[in-house]
Design a protein around this ligand. Structure first.
Ligand SMILES: *[C@@H]1O[C@H](CO)[C@@H](O)[C@H](O)[C@H]1NC(C)=O
Ligand SMILES: *[C@@H]1O[C@H](CO)[C@@H](O)[C@H](O)[C@H]1NC(C)=O
Ligand SMILES: *[C@@H]1O[C@H](CO)[C@@H](O)[C@H](O)[C@H]1NC(C)=O
Ligand SMILES: *[C@@H]1O[C@H](CO)[C@@H](O)[C@H](O)[C@H]1NC(C)=O
Ligand SMILES: *[C@@H]1O[C@H](CO)[C@@H](O)[C@H](O)[C@H]1NC(C)=O
Ligand SMILES: *[C@@H]1O[C@H](CO)[C@@H](O)[C@H](O)[C@H]1NC(C)=O
Ligand SMILES: *[C@@H]1O[C@H](CO)[C@@H](O)[C@H](O)[C@H]1NC(C)=O
Ligand SMILES: *[C@@H]1O[C@H](CO)[C@@H](O)[C@H](O)[C@H]1NC(C)=O
Ligand SMILES: *[C@@H]1O[C@H](CO)[C@@H](O)[C@H](O)[C@H]1NC(C)=O
Ligand SMILES: *[C@@H]1O[C@H](CO)[C@@H](O)[C@H](O)[C@H]1NC(C)=O
Ligand SMILES: *[C@@H]1O[C@H](CO)[C@@H](O)[C@H](O)[C@H]1NC(C)=O
Ligand SMILES: *[C@@H]1O[C@H](CO)[C@@H](O)[C@H](O)[C@H]1NC(C)=O
Length: 619
């Protein structure tokens, strides 16, 4: 993908400005240049995302049909997996682009529907699919759709809501063209499982979108709410029951508690030692953006006063956090990262959050224009004052171009553009978007060609081009209950066989506690690997990590408790992972085990390491 973007071109445009200055030409040239950058990068970004989707994606050989790989990067970091969240956000972008007229994308949507129907049934470390849907909370799978066994922040409860939202967007579109039978028999069963999961588990903690904190995440709850509201309407349109959708008012009630009076606290019900000022809280609003919404909707739309106040708090924090934002004044776009305390890869701005900041502002402007007014109140006043100093708390109505309404919305649009300009500044000439950019130099770093970075560019460009997804019915939302209750509706789960899911009936597992006495040096680790997918199918990188929590010099114990398929026979062994890039060491024996039948008590496998041992490389 060698594309020449406008970066080279802009130098000659600058000299034109110098040669023929006029009062407004500098601004116009800057504007035109940004527009051409966006037009070209949008094409690169869409292709960049498609390159990461199996089975034909050029960057991800080995990925199954319809599986979205997070990044082709296989080391430092290894993102060569499929995440439910990234996949759903990417497909939402693709589905919207399809609806906006890019009909070539339909094959990706069909593949995704099939892939996710199968994926839902895969038993994984978060649990089985049947009987309670627990496995739907698994964040990450191998790129062929088989389970990932490594230690991870699980469950993550946003995935089912986001997948349901992507599929409902497509379903609503198909309904308008009279394809209700297909929607009802093929797609709805997938959506129904996901909404069941949301209705059952929304009031339990889970890991946030950054996979670090086991609490209640604003992004997760906001997306769960949208999914349940949208599901209520779709079920009604199809004449089916939505199990779990009745939880919507309680989710909305709980969502209000993330507002702390100054900003939205990204993660609650957890003591995370952070301020809670986090890009989480702008990624949620753009995902639930509804062009028909009222700004005072309790769903925290981009144009909502609390959302705007939160936006300012986040951006002010980010301006202070990163050296590359030094000297950028208030009211100007900055490079935006996850949160100030971030240390991952050194803690840096991310392309997708910087672009989300722009999208958030385009959304807000679109909502004010749709409503032909803009209400400034004491909560949102500081946000507006950075852009339009003489603004006051009042309602500004749209009428003619000279009035403040037009000037304010133009200022917010220019502010949005300035975030895109920051992303442009740090985008390499070939248009490739990594995950992060260095906090001090702006050099791209971490995973290359991050699918979510590309998806975020396209959705930003869609909104800037006034392409808005259809309303999801935020206006139909029931009022927020006066008092909140932590409730749950037991889900109803069934394989979406018409979409291609295997007809699994039960997934009976028996807990097996594997224990091995293995004297190890500090830095050495022990894994359990075997011939079934739950033991990694002999792939050490997907084996079961063992714990040394009870290791002592008298009992050098490594253990792992694994839910094994009842009645199955497995070949397995233990393996040592060495330090200093030395090769792993497998036991010299192959072991076998027959897992007891369904309903049996758990068993313990008590073993002693057999074979060569390792030595520290001393690095
Ligand atoms: C992948 O390639 C096959 C064979 O050319 C084609 O039939 C299929 O439509 C392609 N799928 C996608 C998503 O491009
Ligand atoms: C996260 O919290 C859930 C409870 O909602 C729990 O089931 C799960 O084990 C926790 N995960 C970890 C890794 O602590
Ligand atoms: C900010 O301005 C100072 C003083 O002009 C300069 O030394 C510094 O390099 C600037 N920082 C950035 C990131 O541009
Ligand atoms: C308010 O400020 C804006 C820009 O800062 C300016 O264009 C506008 O004329 C001012 N309006 C009034 C009424 O002072
Ligand atoms: C804006 O319109 C509303 C009614 O639509 C009206 O009550 C209000 O006075 C108007 N505000 C201004 C400043 O004209
Ligand atoms: C695009 O440019 C980046 C940064 O210069 C580089 O790392 C990457 O390999 C390039 N990608 C392609 C496909 O050439
Ligand atoms: C469950 O809901 C109640 C009522 O909104 C809330 O107080 C509580 O924090 C919630 N807990 C979790 C883990 O979602
Ligand atoms: C799936 O299996 C169940 C139980 O064996 C059976 O009743 C049902 O008809 C099967 N469904 C399909 C689509 O094969
Ligand atoms: C590890 O130690 C804890 C606390 O002493 C104990 O409860 C647990 O059963 C032990 N686990 C194993 C596998 O030995
Ligand atoms: C694993 O090995 C056992 C025992 O040899 C065998 O019965 C079973 O079919 C194997 N499973 C797989 C998935 O290869
Ligand atoms: C024995 O273990 C090795 C991995 O060390 C595996 O590749 C092989 O298939 C196993 N043999 C049997 C018979 O299970
Ligand atoms: C593991 O070590 C413990 C403590 O020394 C011992 O009781 C147990 O028998 C050992 N297990 C095996 C399989 O050797």
């Amino acid at each position: 993908m060698q594309r020449c973007l406008s970066l080279v071109l802009s130098a000659s445009l600058v000299s034109n400005v110098v040669a023929a200055p006029s009062s407004s030409s500098a601004w116009n040239f800057a504007k035109r240049d940004l527009a051409s950058f966006i037009a070209e990068e949008r094409v690169v970004a869409l292709q960049g995302a498609l390159n990461n989707i199996g089975p034909n994606g050029s960057a991800v050989p080995g990925a199954g049909a319809g599986f979205v790989v997070a990044s082709p990067s296989k080391a430092n970091p290894n993102y060569f997996y499929t995440w439910s969240r990234d996949s759903a956000l990417t497909l939402k972008m693709i589905i919207d682009d399809y609806i906006f007229g890019n009909t070539a994308l339909q094959v990706y949507i069909k593949d995704y529907i099939h892939a996710q129907a199968v994926l839902q049934t895969v038993t994984n470390p978060s649990g089985p699919f049947l009987p309670n849907g627990a496995g739907l909370g698994e964040p990450k799978y191998q790129v062929d759709g088989t389970r990932f066994n490594g230690a991870w922040g699980r469950p993550q409860r946003d995935g089912p809501a986001l997948r349901a939202t992507a599929l409902m967007t497509y379903s609503n579109y198909l309904l308008q063209s009279g394809q209700s039978t297909y929607v009802k028999t093929v797609i709805w069963p997938i959506i129904s499982n996901d909404l069941s999961y949301v209705g059952q588990y929304w009031n339990q903690t889970g890991f946030d979108l950054w996979e670090e904190i086991n609490g209640s995440s604003f992004f997760t709850l906001q997306n769960q709410y949208r999914a349940l509201v949208e599901g209520t309407q779709l079920a009604e349109d199809l004449g089916v029951t939505c199990t779990g959708c009745d939880q919507a008012p309680e989710v909305l009630c709980f969502l209000q508690s993330f507002w702390n009076g100054e900003y939205l606290d990204a993660n609650i019900n957890v003591d995370d030692g952070r301020t809670g000022i986090d890009g989480n809280t702008i990624l949620g609003p753009i995902q639930v953006f509804d062009i028909d919404a009222y700004c005072d909707s309790p769903t925290f739309q981009p144009c909502n006063s609390k959302s705007l106040a939160n936006f300012k708090v986040l951006i002010d924090t980010m301006r202070e956090t990163y050296a590359i934002n030094q000297n950028i004044s208030k009211g100007q776009g900055v490079a935006v990262g996850r949160y100030a305390e971030d240390v991952y890869m050194g803690g840096n701005p991310w392309y997708l959050i910087t672009l989300a900041a722009a999208e958030f502002l385009y959304d807000a402007v679109a909502q004010w224009k749709a409503q032909r007014n803009l209400v400034v109140d004491s909560t949102s006043l500081p946000f507006f004052q950075d852009l339009y100093p003489n603004i006051t708390a009042q309602q500004y109505n749209s009428s003619n171009a000279n009035l403040p309404f037009a000037k304010i919305t133009d200022a917010v649009t220019a502010y949005a553009d300035s975030f895109v300009a920051v992303a442009e500044k740090y985008t390499p000439a070939n248009g490739s978007l990594a995950e992060q950019l260095d906090r001090a130099t702006g050099t791209p770093l971490s995973a290359i060609d991050l699918t979510w970075s590309y998806a975020s560019f396209v959705t930003m460009a869609q909104r800037r081009a006034a392409q808005y997804p259809a309303s999801w019915g935020s206006r139909n939302a029931a009022p927020v209950p006066a008092t909140c209750a932590g409730t749950s509706t037991p889900g109803v789960y069934a394989p979406a066989t018409a979409a291609g899911a295997p007809n699994v009936t039960t997934s009976c597992t028996v807990p097996v506690l594997f224990e091995v006495n293995a004297t190890t040096y500090y830095g050495e680790n022990v894994y359990l690997v075997g011939n079934t997918t739950d033991l990694g199918a002999w792939d050490l990188s997907n084996s079961q990590p063992m714990s040394a929590a009870n290791y002592t010099s008298t009992r050098p114990l490594w253990y792992a408790s694994v839910a094994m398929t009842a009645g199955e026979m497995v070949d397995f062994k233990f393996a040592r992972e060495e330090d200093c890039a030395q090769a792993s060491i497998y036991e010299s024996v192959n072991r076998t085990l027959t897992v007891p039948a369904c309903g049996a008590e758990g068993i313990v496998v008590d073993a002693a390491w057999t074979g060569a041992v390792g030595t520290s490389g001393g690095c």
